[in-house]
Write a protein that binds this ligand. Structure first.
Ligand code: MG
Length: 397
């Protein structure tokens, strides 16, 4: 953990365009952006990535994240993470790593804030259910859906659908893409954001960083929410090497701490550990690979933003623990099963009666995709209300 305060090599003389520190040569530079789908004049005072971030914050899809489930259903408690607070934590972590690495902070923030825009209500259970419903109609992927939101579904501008974001932000949003969907995107936009899923290569460093920041955020906040909910205990955490290490160090420094402060300080140290590990490991990888530009980064066969191998192994053990003890906890599963049922029954109801949807969805020719777009955009509580209205059956209260 030696990263704080070190100088970086290869820093270009780009002024303060990164929103914080100077940009490295391998960072994404707004002046050399691959541009927007619809040509647009430059803004007088904001760089292009800053503008993307601002568009995302003002979108309806972003506000809906407030009422979408992360792990605990949105109505279960006011202090659990939602998709919105998760996305804000991802952005905070991503920015705090971007600055010492000389990456573009506004770009990494834009990607972080947009990365979950395509998530359905009821967390992964909702997504799985919608994917099953759409099996015969091209399936449903939340990363692809996030791109659909910013490219097509937001309706705010007179001249075009979507938010008309830069290539670099869209590249970061499309974190994964199945080959069949990548081929469709590639047909519409050759050499665009889907090309790397067909021909190999990496996204820019800011996209790689937003991806790891997502993992850092949920590893930490799911432990916090898990203990807060009573589904995980401090005793259980002691069986996970990474948590055991930080719990022991906090107890040694503060022997009389109450459980809540003990947990917070443990999570704080675990977060710092991950952040400094990524900064140090990535600096070493960048020094070895010496990419001269963002495009040189894209030609690499593996991501350059990474955890060191020992921490990677510890994080895999933590993820396994969270999967077994939290995400598959009977209480979590009982709620997510209900969420799955709501999505399934809403899908059937709207396919049978499209006029029950809002007009811009009801009138579309691609009925099943329109239904999927409509349901994916719903907050948990709107989905519950619609389910009650359409099926005369109240669930999840
Ligand atoms: Mg996420």
């Amino acid at each position: 953990m030696t990263a704080a305060g070190q100088n970086i090599g290869n820093v270009g003389n780009s002024g303060n365009v990164g929103g914080g520190g100077a940009l490295a040569c391998y960072a994404s530079h707004p002046q050399t952006s691959r541009g927007r789908r619809h040509a647009q004049d430059k803004a007088p005072t904001r760089n292009e990535f800053q503008r993307d971030r601002d568009r995302i914050v003002h979108s309806a899809a972003f506000r809906r994240l407030m009422y979408k489930t992360q792990v605990f259903l949105n109505h279960e408690g006011d202090l659990f993470r939602t998709r919105l607070t998760h996305s804000l934590e991802v952005a905070q972590i991503a920015r705090s790593i971007a600055r010492p690495l000389g990456l573009h902070e506004d770009l990494v923030e834009a990607i972080a804030l947009a990365h979950d825009l395509g998530h359905t209500p009821f967390g992964h259970a909702g997504q799985d259910a919608l994917n099953t419903c759409m099996a015969a109609h091209g399936g449903f992927e939340h990363n692809l859906q996030s791109l659909r939101v910013v490219d097509h579904l937001e309706r705010r501008y007179p001249q075009h659908d979507g938010l008309n974001l830069t290539f670099e932000t869209r590249e970061g949003i499309l974190k994964h893409c199945a080959p069949t969907n990548a081929r469709k995107l590639e047909q519409q936009d050759p050499g665009g954001v889907a090309a790397r899923f067909l021909h190999g290569g990496q996204p820019a460093l800011e996209a790689q960083l937003a991806n790891l920041a997502d993992e850092i955020a949920y590893n930490a906040h799911d432990v916090d929410d898990g203990v807060r909910s009573g589904l995980l205990t401090l005793r259980q955490l002691e069986a996970v090497p990474l948590l055991a290490h930080h719990l022991a160090s906090v107890r040694q420094d503060h022997p009389a701490l109450d459980d809540r402060r003990l947990l917070h300080e443990t999570i704080r140290r675990m977060l710092s550990h991950q952040i400094y590990d990524v900064i140090d490991t990535t600096r070493a990888a960048l020094a070895a690979a010496a990419p001269a530009s963002a495009n040189a980064v894209r030609r690499h066969s593996a991501p350059l933003v990474q955890f060191g191998a020992p921490l990677r192994a510890q994080l895999d053990a933590l993820k396994h623990f969270l999967l077994q003890k939290l995400y598959r906890h009977p209480q979590v599963c009982a709620n997510t099963d209900l969420g799955r049922r709501v999505v399934r029954e809403l899908f059937a109801a709207y396919c049978a009666h499209p006029a029950q949807m809002r007009p811009q969805f009801a009138t579309r020719a691609d009925r099943e995709r329109a239904v999927a777009d409509y349901i994916a955009g719903m907050t948990d509580r709107f989905a519950r209300r619609e389910h009650a209205r359409l099926t005369a059956c109240r669930l999840l209260d």
